[in-house]
Design a protein around this ligand. Sequence first.
Ligand code: ADP
Ligand code: MG
Ligand code: MG
Ligand code: MG
Length: 414
Amino acid sequence: ANEQTYQALGVDTLGQRLGGVEAVASRVGGNPAEWHIREVGDGNLNLVFIVTGSTGSVVVKQALPYVRMVGESWPLPLYRAHFEYYALVRQAKRAPGVAPEVYYFDKPQALIVMEYLHPHVILRRKLISGERVAELGATLGEFCARTAFRGSELSMASPDKKADVGLFSGNVAIPAITESLVFTDPYYGAEMNRHTPELSPVVDELRRNARLKAKVQRLLMKFTANTETMLHGDLHSGSIMATDTSVRVIDPEFSQYGPMAFDLGMAVANFFMAYFSQPAHRAASDLDAYQAWILEVITDCFTRFDEEFRHLWQTERTGILFPRALFEEQGNSADDACDALLEEIREDALAYCGIEMHRRVLSLAHNADFEEIEDTALRAKLEARNVLMGQVLIMEPQAYCDLNALVALAKAYN
Ligand code: ADP
Ligand code: MG
Ligand code: MG
Ligand code: MG
């Protein structure tokens, strides 16, 4: 077959098609006809295979030209795989050891061969099962700080950063999904929306709040217009894989340049949703301790973000922003400027957090934390807590930048 013509991989054809690729064959080992190939994609969009041979395993991820969870009626460009690849290699440099290592990339086939994370499982599953992961909040806070700082003009040479923004501006289809599904659809009766029937009174009240909608649209303006740094773009607990002691981040196909606060806010929102859904998943005897642990993960994530960001501010501030000479000439300290910036990031992260808390129960793509609660009355009761806290975070994020106040708010809604 013509190598330039895209063809979706299948379990039957993968060995034949990738058997001759040295970067794959050398890691998998043995006769490609005998490779063990499993399709494991559980996501909304792509094909994902685990390929095992005599010496090892790799993961093969290939984009499909449509949204997998909806079907061919919703086309989606294959080029998103290119941006996933670009993001993976940038993350590997900016936050070493977190993203899976890339072994091979085939652009026309929209195909990435990468490190098989094992025995990692999707973090969302662990949170639903009540398992703890050491250093979870700290690892994610550090990842967000490193990618935010090192992908920005605090650190990067301005021409390089501007060229990268130009490159990523070619990714239009994926940001369009975020813009509608995350920021707009939750707040009106958009066609693809759904929510738990018993949640309707809360949803109706939310959608009557014109000030809320205006605030969210202002945050959307900031999201679309802002190119501060390269985002992961989809940092939910289904994009994180973990063992009890290791945390890795996958699936950056929603990567784009955007506000520094976005990934941090999205990650934290997924911990709040895990928190609010726990009463349906835990026996009463374990509930308090496990929920307390989730709140610690959240505070660790924010705290570590700030610590790492401050460290990079001191040691790697080589870009056009806040140049040392500007401050040092008059003997000024730039520390206050860093604190003020971190406060602004915290505030924006809380607002983005509130939006993510809304869209996962009101828009198209829900999360298992709530979805797997079969008793819809109980589900709606827990979702309502999540929706109401999200609303507060969007309306007055500045009141919860203090982490004690944030934790108290979550407990008040629980
Ligand atoms: P999608 O973009 O369709 O959501 P993901 O990249 O999230 O695809 O991958 C789907 C699933 O495949 C993940 O939930 C995970 O279970 C598995 N997976 C993806 N990448 C890896 C990897 N590098 N190692 C192990 N499993 C992976
Ligand atoms: Mg995914
Ligand atoms: Mg997935
Ligand atoms: Mg994805």
